[in-house]
Design a protein around this ligand. Structure first.
Ligand SMILES: [Zn+2]
Length: 284
């Protein structure tokens, strides 16, 4: 599971230097330029990264203020301090794409031009901003099994977690997308996870939901609302009866896991209102 921004803030992304620091045998060189790969080099200062940022900065009026850099955590806090919610979202998406592009090269999947990375970021941000900040989506805690046409942010103190799964039949794999946002509509975490193998759609959706529950638990969230566009799955997790279907084992696992939350609900949302999570799932 990629929680890139969180790891960036805590200086624990497995960059080349980080791995060497932990005595893990690896090549500590940057995959793009060959210099020592610190986290800040990888995500802020590398020539490749700079070219991505230059395109993103122009488009979204973002100021990185890299001259004031002292530590990843301080830099990130300073950025978030002066940025709008939209700009913070752009930051999270850009950092994530730069890290994924780096991983692709490291895994031998070939180089990608920085301008192509920037184009992917632009398209991705457009869709996320459209759904998070324009037609801001909502849910109904009272009628969790009914489709919601209009959305609103979660109530203060609650966290909204959109989740989706995508099946890539030709590649024999699944993609899971999870988007976590607070009551201000700010994107806290956007992550994606590929899984090998093929399953029927509802099982894929239930795996995705279970991953989202585990992520929320690991992030220490307490009051959470999970949103899925799979109505049958939402009905199953909201049902008090024992589920003997093919997805029953996963559903009961989800019910067991959510005991750690002080407040939790599952709601069904239309696919169009779950687009950000869908795009994440397709990005695997
Ligand atoms: Zn580099």
């Amino acid at each position: 599971m990629n929680i890139v921004l969180w790891r960036f803030a805590h200086n624990c992304l497995p960059s080349g230097l980080q791995l060497r620091h932990r005595n893990i045998p690896t090549n500590p060189a940057c995959v793009h330029c060959g210099r020592d790969e610190s986290i800040e080099h990888c995500l802020l200062f590398c020539q490749f990264t700079s070219e991505v940022w230059n395109k993103v900065k122009k488009r979204f009026d973002i100021h990185l203020c890299r001259k004031n850099f002292h530590s990843t955590k301080q830099w990130l806090f300073d950025f978030i301090d002066r940025a709008s919610p939209e700009q913070s979202t752009v930051l999270a998406i850009t950092v994530w794409h730069i890290w994924e592009a780096r991983n692709a090269v490291r895994n031998g999947e070939g180089n990608i031009h920085p301008h192509r990375v920037a184009s992917k970021i632009h398209a991705y941000v457009d869709l996320v901003l459209l759904h998070l900040f324009k037609t801001v989506a909502g849910h109904s805690r009272e009628t969790p099994s009914s489709s919601s046409v209009k959305w609103s942010p979660p109530p203060p103190g609650s966290i909204l977690i959109n989740v989706d799964a995508s099946i890539f039949s030709n590649l024999h794999k699944l993609g899971i997308g999870i988007l976590i946002q607070n009551h201000k509509g700010e994107c806290l975490v956007a992550c994606t996870e590929p899984l090998k193998g093929m399953v029927q759609p509802e099982l894929a959706e239930s795996w995705a939901l279970r991953q989202a529950v585990i992520l929320a638990r690991d992030e220490g969230l307490t009051s959470v609302i999970f949103a899925s566009d799979c109505l049958s799955l939402v009905q199953r997790v909201n049902s008090s009866s024992i589920d003997r279907s093919e997805v029953g084992v996963v559903v009961s696992d989800i019910k067991r896991l959510v005991a750690c939350f002080s407040s939790v609900s599952f709601c069904h949302v239309k696919r169009s209102l779950n687009a950000a999570a869908h795009i994440l799932a397709r990005a695997c």
